[in-house]
Design a protein around this ligand. Structure first.
Ligand code: B12
Ligand code: SF4
Length: 576
């Protein structure tokens, strides 16, 4: 670790905690729809046994802990009792990270800190901190509305200009489909920056970070060097990029390609990006960059004008080109917008189905604090101000009065959309394999162009072989005859492309079928709720100095360090 960290131990003992579980159950503190999973919450939720079951850590907590020169403990997914046990150990400050639907949990946690440790300061952060008047609603000492690393550095008296440190952590803890764990280490987390300049009216993250982008990794070179260190530490070259619009900074991404080509080290990336940024960057460049998955907000066909990022772009063509290049697409659509009626909303649902992405997120139009949409709805008196925040998750009720969707009509419409998308387009895992097959069929033709293209073709071939293990399970669990026939045809196509399964692969296919049998029984008799495991991590200054932190840490801003410096001016927004 750097000299800077050693020199500036500020000696405050800090606990950073996520909210307590259980999650995704109806109780005093939460709702069953508010699942602590990305795909099963809002993407593949209607796909039964085929739903992707992934758990992700609360990344922001680890990021902050890694960047502070004081002893910091991170408590992720605690129970309420575990949280009480931890705070009683005695901390100078407890930071609670929460989002709007977890407001009541954060309120209870702050109350517990006051009750058990009156001398401990309470700091609230994360998107829930944007809730209007939160400083009165939750008894606390500080509310951090926006970027957290620099706020915390200032709070403990650390030099703000210390290099940014990136932790080497998995993007996913549990990663199962049909009860079968994805083999090998899961992708690593990469956080190049926070925020997005596009400022779509409903977008929480863009507004929370001041409608601007704050880079932690300012150049392609910084990203490459960070990736190289993390990949060596974790044993995988695959990254999940937690950045709202990664391709928006075209030059940085192009520089990353150059670095990979220069060093002959070809990482792969799962990214979020908007249509206009993808179009400007170019699909060929995405192949060279090693993008294997892209999350794109298509939002609505019938209100295209509302989203400048989608103007002039034909989503169906874009998705086809991406999938033909081996890039899986998650397309997101918004339901129950202002202009929607029960009569016209089907056009938007069908639009999202018709783009034939690998998977689709449907989310109810939900004005969240700090967004332009929230301000607009509040001004018009449309917000359901008495609806508890536990319901503000966009997967059941509208948090505003939509005259055309009274009662439970929004919920029924949402359920119908997920169901139809699944029945028409088949399971997401089927589509992901199909994308890999299409990608290999096309990309192998480019392999002779350069070493980069050759490696990309090999990587997508590996994906075909790895995921094809699940084809027998897909056939056995097909949602309808269409999916069954598609899976049979795809299996034949895989054999034609990469040959018959080896003995090992055949055994893995049998193993996958057995596991999926268990998984179906589990779903039938025990339901589908899976709780994330509690993770407790100590970031001690002494360990950092000795390079012995339980999580490997890498200084990343020693190369260009320009953009992160700007944070210094902008990041210190606190309500108290
Ligand atoms: C990963 C993620 C998840 C993971 C959560 C993992 C976890 N352990 O909590 C999963 C997939 C499970 C998930 C689920 C849900 N999520 Co989510 N999720 C995200 C996502 C994509 C990334 C968050 C992240 O890690 N960012 C990177 C880190 C570095 O940034 P950060 O967390 O914002 O932290 C920074 C600051 O906020 C601040 N900070 C954060 N915490 C704290 C604490 C302190 C003390 C301080 C000082 C500062 C601070 O400092 C950090 C560094 O700058 C965001 C969107 C986004 N791109 O940010 C949505 C997001 C946070 N999720 C959101 C929502 C609503 C949900 C769901 C309800 C699903 C849904 N309907 O969208 C569920 C709820 C689950 C539950 N039961 O709680 C919303 C929150 C909206 C709001 N205004 O409250 C977001 C913003 C997406 C959106 N819809 O716009 N999510
Ligand atoms: S492009 Fe995406 S990340 Fe950027 S403001 Fe719009 S919705 Fe948010």
């Amino acid at each position: 670790m750097s000299q800077t960290i050693a020199q500036q131990n500020t000696s405050k003992k800090i606990l950073l905690s996520g909210v307590f579980g259980p999650f995704g159950v109806d109780d005093r503190w939460g709702r069953k729809e508010n699942i602590m999973e990305l795909f099963h919450n809002q993407v593949t939720k209607a796909q039964g046994a085929a739903s992707f079951r992934f758990h992700h850590r609360s990344f922001g907590l680890y990021f902050m802990a890694a960047n502070l020169n004081t002893d910091v403990n991170v408590l992720d997914f605690p129970s309420r009792d575990r949280f009480i046990e931890e705070i009683k150990k005695g901390y100078d400050a407890v930071g609670i990270s929460f989002i709007a639907p977890n407001f009541i949990k954060a309120q209870e946690m702050a109350r517990l800190v006051r009750e058990h440790c009156p001398g401990t300061e309470i700091i609230l952060g994360g998107h829930g901190a944007a809730i209007e008047g939160v400083e009165e609603l939750i008894k606390c000492d500080h509310v951090v509305k926006g970027e957290g690393i620099y706020w915390m550095r200032r709070y403990i008296g650390q030099n703000l200009l210390d290099p940014i440190v990136h932790p080497a952590i998995p993007s996913t803890e549990m990663q199962r489909i049909f009860g079968v764990s994805v083999p090998g280490p899961t992708s690593s987390l990469l956080v190049p920056g926070v925020g997005c300049v596009n400022a779509c009216s409903f977008c929480s993250t863009s507004h929370f970070f001041g409608k601007k982008y704050t880079a932690y990794l300012g150049s392609g070179k910084e990203i490459f060097n960070t990736c190289r260190q993390i990949a060596d530490a974790r044993g995988t070259d695959s990254f999940f990029v937690m950045d709202e619009n990664f391709l928006k900074d075209r030059d940085r991404a192009l520089e990353l390609i150059d670095e990979m080509e220069k060093h002959n080290r070809f990482f792969t990336f799962h990214v979020f990006s908007s249509s206009e940024a993808i179009t400007a960057f170019g699909i060929d460049n995405m192949v060279r960059l090693g993008v294997s998955f892209a999350w794109i907000g298509f939002e609505s066909k019938t209100d295209q004008g509302a989203f400048e990022k989608n103007n002039g772009i034909e989503p169906r063509d874009l998705v086809k080109q991406l999938r033909d290049s081996g890039i899986s697409v998650l397309g997101s659509g918004i339901l129950c917008m202002e202009h929607h009626t029960p009569e016209n909303i089907q056009e938007d649902i069908d639009f999202m189905i018709d783009i034939e992405a690998d998977t689709v997120q449907f989310m109810l139009f939900t004005p969240l604090p700090v967004t332009a949409l929230y301000k607009r709805h509040k001004k018009k008196g449309l917000l359901k101000e008495d609806l508890p925040f536990e319901e503000w998750h966009g997967q059941k009720m509208l948090n505003w009065n939509h005259h055309a969707f009274p009662g439970d009509l929004a919920e029924k419409t949402l359920k119908g959309a997920f169901k139809k998308e699944f029945e028409v387009n088949s399971s997401t895992i089927y589509r992901v394999i199909e994308t890999a097959v299409r990608g290999y069929e096309n990309n192998r033709k480019l392999a002779s162009k350069s070493e980069n293209y050759r490696v990309r073709a090999e990587q997508v071939r590996d994906r075909v072989i790895e995921y094809a293990t699940l084809l027998p399970v897909i056939k056995a669990n097909a949602v309808n005859e269409i999916e069954l026939q598609r899976a049979i045809a795809l299996d034949e196509r895989v054999t034609a492309l990469v040959g018959k399964p080896t003995v090992k692969a055949s055994l893995m296919r049998v193993g996958a079928k057995v596991l999926s049998g268990y998984w179906n029984m589990r779903l039938k008799y025990k339901g589908d709720v899976i709780q994330p495991k509690t993770i407790f991590t100590e970031f001690k200054v002494a360990d950092k100095e000795a390079g012995k932190s339980p999580i490997k840490l890498f200084e990343v801003s020693e190369f260009t360090s320009t953009v992160s410096r700007d944070l210094n001016k902008a990041a210190f927004v606190s309500a108290k």
